[in-house]
Design a protein around this ligand. Structure first.
Ligand code: PTJ
Length: 243
Protein backbone atom coordinates (compact mmCIF):
# COMPACT_ATOMS: atom_id res chain seq x y z
CA UNK A 1 0.00 0.00 0.00
CA UNK A 2 1.56 3.30 -1.12
CA UNK A 3 0.54 6.28 1.08
CA UNK A 4 -0.85 9.22 -0.93
CA UNK A 5 1.41 11.66 0.91
CA UNK A 6 4.55 9.88 -0.24
CA UNK A 7 6.66 12.46 -2.15
CA UNK A 8 7.12 9.99 -5.03
CA UNK A 9 3.49 8.78 -4.96
CA UNK A 10 2.82 9.17 -8.69
CA UNK A 11 6.04 7.47 -9.69
CA UNK A 12 5.42 4.56 -7.28
CA UNK A 13 1.83 4.09 -8.45
CA UNK A 14 3.03 4.02 -12.05
CA UNK A 15 5.63 1.38 -11.20
CA UNK A 16 2.98 -0.68 -9.44
CA UNK A 17 0.71 -0.45 -12.50
CA UNK A 18 3.51 -1.61 -14.79
CA UNK A 19 4.48 -4.47 -12.47
CA UNK A 20 0.84 -5.60 -12.34
CA UNK A 21 0.62 -5.44 -16.15
CA UNK A 22 3.90 -7.37 -16.45
CA UNK A 23 2.47 -10.10 -14.23
CA UNK A 24 -0.65 -10.31 -16.43
CA UNK A 25 1.45 -10.37 -19.63
CA UNK A 26 0.46 -6.99 -21.11
CA UNK A 27 3.87 -5.44 -20.39
CA UNK A 28 6.96 -7.46 -21.29
CA UNK A 29 9.51 -7.95 -18.48
CA UNK A 30 11.91 -5.98 -20.67
CA UNK A 31 9.33 -3.17 -20.67
CA UNK A 32 10.05 -2.65 -16.96
CA UNK A 33 13.69 -1.85 -17.66
CA UNK A 34 12.64 0.43 -20.54
CA UNK A 35 10.45 2.30 -18.04
CA UNK A 36 13.37 2.65 -15.63
CA UNK A 37 15.46 4.24 -18.35
CA UNK A 38 12.59 6.60 -19.11
CA UNK A 39 12.28 7.57 -15.42
CA UNK A 40 15.97 8.50 -15.29
CA UNK A 41 15.63 10.82 -18.27
CA UNK A 42 12.37 12.25 -16.90
CA UNK A 43 14.29 13.18 -13.74
CA UNK A 44 16.81 15.01 -15.91
CA UNK A 45 14.15 17.09 -17.69
CA UNK A 46 12.52 17.94 -14.34
CA UNK A 47 9.43 15.67 -14.72
CA UNK A 48 7.59 18.39 -16.62
CA UNK A 49 6.82 19.28 -20.21
CA UNK A 50 9.57 21.57 -21.45
CA UNK A 51 9.09 24.41 -23.92
CA UNK A 52 10.61 22.43 -26.80
CA UNK A 53 8.44 19.39 -25.98
CA UNK A 54 5.32 21.55 -26.10
CA UNK A 55 6.38 22.84 -29.49
CA UNK A 56 6.96 19.25 -30.69
CA UNK A 57 3.54 18.21 -29.35
CA UNK A 58 1.80 20.97 -31.30
CA UNK A 59 3.71 19.98 -34.43
CA UNK A 60 2.75 16.32 -33.87
CA UNK A 61 -0.92 17.35 -33.77
CA UNK A 62 -0.52 19.24 -37.05
CA UNK A 63 1.20 16.25 -38.71
CA UNK A 64 -1.56 13.87 -37.57
CA UNK A 65 -4.33 16.23 -38.72
CA UNK A 66 -2.70 16.80 -42.11
CA UNK A 67 -2.09 13.07 -42.70
CA UNK A 68 -4.14 10.97 -45.15
CA UNK A 69 -3.64 7.73 -43.24
CA UNK A 70 -2.33 8.36 -39.70
CA UNK A 71 -1.61 5.41 -37.41
CA UNK A 72 -0.89 5.30 -33.67
CA UNK A 73 1.30 2.30 -32.90
CA UNK A 74 0.76 0.79 -29.45
CA UNK A 75 3.07 -1.53 -27.49
CA UNK A 76 2.72 -3.07 -24.03
CA UNK A 77 4.06 -0.13 -22.00
CA UNK A 78 1.93 2.38 -23.90
CA UNK A 79 -1.25 0.37 -23.39
CA UNK A 80 -0.55 -0.13 -19.69
CA UNK A 81 0.24 3.52 -19.03
CA UNK A 82 -2.07 5.40 -21.34
CA UNK A 83 -4.94 3.45 -22.93
CA UNK A 84 -7.58 6.20 -22.18
CA UNK A 85 -5.19 8.90 -23.46
CA UNK A 86 -4.72 6.92 -26.71
CA UNK A 87 -8.52 6.71 -27.09
CA UNK A 88 -8.84 10.49 -26.62
CA UNK A 89 -6.10 11.17 -29.18
CA UNK A 90 -7.71 8.79 -31.64
CA UNK A 91 -10.99 10.72 -31.36
CA UNK A 92 -9.28 14.09 -31.80
CA UNK A 93 -7.01 13.07 -34.69
CA UNK A 94 -8.97 10.38 -36.53
CA UNK A 95 -5.92 8.08 -36.45
CA UNK A 96 -5.99 4.31 -36.67
CA UNK A 97 -4.85 2.49 -33.49
CA UNK A 98 -2.78 -0.62 -34.19
CA UNK A 99 -0.84 -2.89 -31.83
CA UNK A 100 2.77 -3.57 -32.80
CA UNK A 101 5.06 -5.48 -30.44
CA UNK A 102 8.74 -6.21 -30.08
CA UNK A 103 8.18 -9.21 -27.78
CA UNK A 104 5.29 -10.44 -29.88
CA UNK A 105 2.93 -13.28 -29.07
CA UNK A 106 -0.63 -13.66 -30.34
CA UNK A 107 -1.79 -13.78 -26.71
CA UNK A 108 -0.12 -10.44 -25.87
CA UNK A 109 -1.61 -8.82 -29.00
CA UNK A 110 -5.05 -10.05 -27.94
CA UNK A 111 -4.67 -8.84 -24.34
CA UNK A 112 -3.44 -5.40 -25.39
CA UNK A 113 -6.20 -4.99 -27.99
CA UNK A 114 -8.76 -5.90 -25.33
CA UNK A 115 -7.33 -3.35 -22.86
CA UNK A 116 -7.42 -0.65 -25.56
CA UNK A 117 -11.02 -1.47 -26.52
CA UNK A 118 -12.09 -1.34 -22.86
CA UNK A 119 -10.57 2.17 -22.71
CA UNK A 120 -12.64 3.29 -25.71
CA UNK A 121 -10.23 2.77 -28.63
CA UNK A 122 -11.42 1.57 -32.00
CA UNK A 123 -8.61 -0.95 -32.57
CA UNK A 124 -7.53 -1.90 -36.07
CA UNK A 125 -7.02 -5.64 -35.86
CA UNK A 126 -7.25 -8.50 -38.31
CA UNK A 127 -4.58 -10.47 -40.07
CA UNK A 128 -1.04 -9.23 -39.58
CA UNK A 129 1.70 -9.97 -42.09
CA UNK A 130 5.48 -9.72 -41.96
CA UNK A 131 5.60 -6.50 -43.99
CA UNK A 132 8.24 -4.21 -42.50
CA UNK A 133 11.90 -4.71 -43.49
CA UNK A 134 13.02 -5.99 -40.07
CA UNK A 135 14.36 -9.37 -38.91
CA UNK A 136 12.52 -9.22 -35.57
CA UNK A 137 8.82 -9.43 -34.80
CA UNK A 138 8.09 -5.72 -35.04
CA UNK A 139 7.96 -6.53 -38.77
CA UNK A 140 4.41 -7.87 -38.23
CA UNK A 141 1.73 -5.31 -39.09
CA UNK A 142 -1.46 -4.92 -41.11
CA UNK A 143 -1.37 -4.08 -44.82
CA UNK A 144 -4.22 -1.55 -44.56
CA UNK A 145 -2.91 -0.22 -41.24
CA UNK A 146 0.69 0.70 -40.48
CA UNK A 147 2.05 -0.60 -43.79
CA UNK A 148 -0.09 1.92 -45.73
CA UNK A 149 0.29 4.79 -43.24
CA UNK A 150 1.81 8.12 -44.25
CA UNK A 151 2.24 9.29 -40.63
CA UNK A 152 2.97 6.94 -37.70
CA UNK A 153 3.08 7.92 -34.02
CA UNK A 154 5.43 5.58 -32.16
CA UNK A 155 5.57 5.99 -28.38
CA UNK A 156 8.47 4.17 -26.60
CA UNK A 157 9.96 2.80 -29.75
CA UNK A 158 13.03 0.74 -30.52
CA UNK A 159 15.33 2.41 -33.03
CA UNK A 160 15.22 -0.32 -35.67
CA UNK A 161 11.58 0.04 -36.58
CA UNK A 162 11.74 3.81 -36.45
CA UNK A 163 14.55 3.76 -39.02
CA UNK A 164 12.70 1.20 -41.16
CA UNK A 165 9.51 3.30 -41.21
CA UNK A 166 11.46 6.44 -42.16
CA UNK A 167 13.23 4.51 -44.93
CA UNK A 168 9.80 3.45 -46.22
CA UNK A 169 9.05 7.15 -46.72
CA UNK A 170 6.76 7.59 -43.72
CA UNK A 171 6.65 10.55 -41.38
CA UNK A 172 7.50 9.14 -37.94
CA UNK A 173 6.61 10.93 -34.70
CA UNK A 174 8.41 9.43 -31.69
CA UNK A 175 7.69 9.98 -28.00
CA UNK A 176 10.93 9.21 -26.19
CA UNK A 177 12.34 10.71 -23.00
CA UNK A 178 15.88 9.93 -24.16
CA UNK A 179 16.95 12.62 -26.64
CA UNK A 180 20.11 10.63 -27.42
CA UNK A 181 18.39 7.40 -28.49
CA UNK A 182 18.55 6.07 -32.04
CA UNK A 183 14.76 6.45 -32.20
CA UNK A 184 14.92 10.10 -31.15
CA UNK A 185 17.61 10.79 -33.76
CA UNK A 186 16.05 8.93 -36.67
CA UNK A 187 12.41 10.02 -36.25
CA UNK A 188 11.01 12.87 -38.35
CA UNK A 189 9.82 14.51 -35.14
CA UNK A 190 10.69 13.54 -31.57
CA UNK A 191 8.73 14.55 -28.50
CA UNK A 192 11.08 14.41 -25.51
CA UNK A 193 8.39 14.12 -22.87
CA UNK A 194 6.76 11.49 -20.68
CA UNK A 195 4.05 9.56 -22.52
CA UNK A 196 1.16 10.42 -20.17
CA UNK A 197 2.01 14.13 -20.32
CA UNK A 198 2.67 14.14 -24.07
CA UNK A 199 -0.51 12.44 -25.30
CA UNK A 200 -3.02 14.88 -23.68
CA UNK A 201 -0.99 17.82 -25.02
CA UNK A 202 -1.16 16.43 -28.57
CA UNK A 203 -4.91 15.80 -28.17
CA UNK A 204 -5.47 19.35 -26.89
CA UNK A 205 -3.45 20.80 -29.76
CA UNK A 206 -5.54 18.78 -32.27
CA UNK A 207 -8.57 20.82 -31.18
CA UNK A 208 -6.67 24.13 -31.32
CA UNK A 209 -4.51 24.34 -34.46
CA UNK A 210 -6.03 26.29 -37.34
CA UNK A 211 -5.49 25.19 -40.97
CA UNK A 212 -2.97 28.05 -41.38
CA UNK A 213 -0.97 27.05 -38.29
CA UNK A 214 -1.16 23.43 -39.40
CA UNK A 215 0.45 24.31 -42.76
CA UNK A 216 3.10 26.40 -41.06
CA UNK A 217 3.96 23.68 -38.50
CA UNK A 218 4.08 20.77 -40.96
CA UNK A 219 6.24 22.79 -43.34
CA UNK A 220 8.90 23.63 -40.76
CA UNK A 221 9.71 20.45 -38.80
CA UNK A 222 13.26 20.74 -37.44
CA UNK A 223 14.01 17.70 -35.29
CA UNK A 224 17.68 18.57 -34.91
CA UNK A 225 16.70 21.90 -33.31
CA UNK A 226 14.12 20.25 -31.00
CA UNK A 227 16.62 17.62 -29.80
CA UNK A 228 19.31 20.25 -29.26
CA UNK A 229 16.83 22.24 -27.19
CA UNK A 230 15.95 19.16 -25.11
CA UNK A 231 19.64 18.52 -24.43
CA UNK A 232 20.20 22.22 -23.64
CA UNK A 233 17.30 22.14 -21.13
CA UNK A 234 18.82 19.06 -19.43
CA UNK A 235 22.28 20.64 -19.33
CA UNK A 236 20.88 23.85 -17.85
CA UNK A 237 19.10 21.88 -15.16
CA UNK A 238 22.25 19.93 -14.32
CA UNK A 239 24.34 23.08 -14.09
CA UNK A 240 21.74 24.68 -11.74
CA UNK A 241 21.87 21.54 -9.58
CA UNK A 242 25.62 22.14 -9.07
CA UNK A 243 25.15 25.78 -7.99
O1 PTJ B 1 5.65 -4.22 -25.58
P1 PTJ B 1 6.79 -4.57 -26.49
O2 PTJ B 1 7.03 -6.05 -26.57
O3 PTJ B 1 6.64 -3.98 -27.86
O4 PTJ B 1 8.15 -3.91 -25.88
C1 PTJ B 1 8.21 -2.54 -25.66
C2 PTJ B 1 9.60 -2.06 -25.18
C3 PTJ B 1 9.40 -0.72 -24.47
C4 PTJ B 1 10.20 -3.06 -24.21
C5 PTJ B 1 10.53 -1.90 -26.39
O5 PTJ B 1 9.95 -1.02 -27.31
C6 PTJ B 1 11.91 -1.44 -26.00
O6 PTJ B 1 12.79 -2.23 -25.72
O7 PTJ B 1 12.09 -0.12 -25.99
P2 PTJ B 1 13.52 0.55 -25.67
O8 PTJ B 1 14.47 0.28 -26.80
O9 PTJ B 1 13.96 0.23 -24.29
O10 PTJ B 1 13.14 2.07 -25.76
C7 PTJ B 1 12.20 2.66 -24.92
C8 PTJ B 1 12.50 4.16 -24.87
O11 PTJ B 1 11.36 4.79 -24.32
C9 PTJ B 1 13.70 4.53 -24.00
O12 PTJ B 1 14.52 5.46 -24.69
C10 PTJ B 1 13.09 5.20 -22.76
O13 PTJ B 1 13.87 6.28 -22.32
C11 PTJ B 1 11.76 5.70 -23.30
N1 PTJ B 1 10.68 5.69 -22.31
C12 PTJ B 1 10.44 4.78 -21.33
N2 PTJ B 1 9.33 5.09 -20.64
C13 PTJ B 1 8.82 6.22 -21.20
C14 PTJ B 1 9.69 6.60 -22.27
N3 PTJ B 1 9.45 7.68 -23.02
C15 PTJ B 1 8.33 8.41 -22.73
N4 PTJ B 1 7.47 8.10 -21.73
C16 PTJ B 1 7.68 7.01 -20.96
N5 PTJ B 1 6.80 6.69 -19.99
Amino acid sequence: MIPEDHPRYRSLITRERLAECARSGIVSWEGLTAHGRGEAFDYLIGEKTTGSALQAERTAAALLLAAHHPVISVNGNTAALAAPEIAALQKASGAIVEVNLFHRTEERVRQIEELLREAGCDVFSGTAERLLPLSHDRAWCRREGMYSADVVLVPLEDGDRCEALVQMGKTVIAIDLNPLSRTARSATLTIVDELTRALPQITKACTEVSPDECRQLTGSVDNHYLLSEAIREITLRLSHAMD
